[in-house]
Design a protein around this ligand. Structure first.
Ligand code: HEM
Length: 441
């Protein structure tokens, strides 16, 4: 940056798994309908990148069939052009670790399936290859080490307590709004040392940055960019405050003082701010919602947890596996390569479907079921793998652990009382609405 010290669901069930118990919710597209469609359509017509498929929670049998019949699959035509799907756990690992062949570089299209028009591209270190990526990651990594995070546990616990104690009893409310968004936004404001009373702007900007153009939130890339400029202007003010002050332990100060990032250009600063905002926001938010939904879908597991709250440690990775808050990451092939008997060409888009790898029957037994303490539960793919493995994963786990410890101290049960409304996206697996009720004490 130029600074002369100042700048500018319910899963589709296999025959082997038990039928849903009475009281579970039936999605808009039934599992049977989705399955019939997935198994009648020719494989060459498969396009699993459709947001609507995910919004209807109807994607499971499509991935199940791909894993069985064509685990590395080429989609010739989609909204975002042709792309390869990698659907099996071990194949995803192979792509993740081979960053010499499979690039994350934003100049080639980055980590999302749609290439954003170049005018609106903000580089961030998640969408960089080596040697650029590592120094920028290292600039913020100290925040997320066990020592860096130790400073936050008491704060998180206190805030969780306030949020939970303020929830209504015997009344239906939206868990996403009252708990998931509120908690993650408070956390994000703390990480940036962003003015606390303005924290909902972070949520808004995060939603804008990731909104699907068909979701009715924004109408065009131009509109997205206009709104994001407000975000950037606010973060420039904060940078200017921090760059001339003593280094502190918030993310903006870390970026402003680290040798790797203090001279980055404005667009890279903006890109990294969006990365840290989205990274810390949507993902954890949807794990918080997804965990409660899962426990209601699998009441035996909820009972097991209530009977032994020490299981919270094992609950956390299972929530993150089962929910898989980011369905995929994309790479671009830097050379022609033979992969699982397929010929991937230089420049091809390659999509690692974590959402499918996390349900790979060869790695996880009864993968569609939510099982606290399952074998290999911590080996899920939700945080990615290799050089880009989520830098904030310990923070996400900490938030979920503290939240569930505090929930179990207070509420014998939180009931999901209606079908959730899911986000229209094949990238973010999330919830807009999760109606719940806490019975009167
Ligand atoms: C359950 C919650 C979370 C999930 C599922 C998640 C998932 C991911 C995934 C899949 C990646 C990319 C991995 C790859 O390309 O191999 C990633 C990277 C990243 N995440 Fe997370 N994340 C979560 C929470 C967080 C939090 C709380 C933060 C912090 C604010 C964060 C910040 C980042 C950053 C900065 C990167 C880029 C790392 C790099 O490129 O080196 N994430 N995350």
């Amino acid at each position: 940056m130029d600074t002369a010290r100042s700048i500018a669901s319910g899963p589709a069930r296999t025959a082997a798994t038990p039928k849903p118990a009475a009281g579970r919710f039936v999605p808009a597209v039934s599992a049977e309908q989705a399955r019939a469609r997935a198994y009648s359509m020719p494989l060459e017509d498969f396009d699993v990148s459709k947001g609507k498929l995910f919004q209807a929670d109807a994607h499971w049998p499509f991935f199940e069939r791909l894993r069985r019949e064509e685990p590395v699959h080429y989609c010739r035509q989609s909204y975002s052009g042709p792309y390869w799907s990698i659907t099996k756990y071990h194949d995803i690992m192979k792509v993740e670790v081979d960053h010499q062949t499979f690039s994350s570089d934003s100049a080639l299209g980055g980590i999302g399936l749609s290439d954003r028009p170049s005018d609106f591209r903000y580089p961030s270190f998640i969408a960089m290859d080596e040697p650029e990526h590592r120094p920028q990651r290292m600039a913020v990594a100290p925040m997320f080490t066990p020592t860096g995070l130790a400073q936050f546990e008491d704060t998180i616990r206190a805030r969780v307590g306030i949020i939970l104690d303020g929830l209504p009893r015997n009344e239906t409310f939206n868990w996403v709004e009252r708990v998931s968004i509120e908690l993650t936004t408070q956390m994000l404001a703390t990480l940036f040392d962003f003015p606390f009373e303005e924290r909902r702007r972070l949520t808004y900007w995060s939603d804008i940055a990731t909104a699907n153009l068909n979701a009715g939130i924004i109408a065009s890339e131009e509109e997205r960019d206009t709104i994001l400029q407000e975000c950037f202007a606010r973060f420039v003010e904060l940078w200017n405050e921090r760059v001339n002050a003593e280094p502190r332990s918030d993310l903006i100060s870390m970026l402003a003082h680290s040798p790797a990032t203090r001279n980055m250009d404005r667009n890279t600063y903006f890109g990294n701010i969006i990365l840290l905002t989205v990274g810390g926001n949507d993902t954890t938010r949807n794990s918080i919602s997804g965990g409660l939904f899962a426990l209601n879908q699998f009441p035996d597991q909820y009972r097991k947890l209530r009977d032994d709250p020490a299981l919270v440690d094992a609950l956390v990775p299972e929530i993150i596996r089962w929910q898989t808050p980011l369905a995929y990451m994309r790479r671009t092939a830097l050379r022609d390569v033979e992969f699982a008997d397929k010929q991937i060409k230089k420049g091809d888009k390659v999509v690692m479907w974590y959402v499918s790898g996390n349900r790979d029957e060869e790695v996880f037994e009864r993968p569609d079921d939510f099982i606290i303490g399952r074998a290999k539960g911590k080996n899920h793919l939700s945080f990615g793998f290799g050089i880009h493995r989520c830098v904030g994963l310990r923070l996400a786990e900490l938030q979920l652990r503290v939240l569930w410890q505090e929930i179990l101290k207070r509420f014998p049960v939180i009931e999901v009382v209606g079908e959730p409304k899911r986000v229209l996206s094949s990238f973010i697996r999330g919830y807009e609405v999760l109606p719940v009720r806490i019975p009167a004490a």
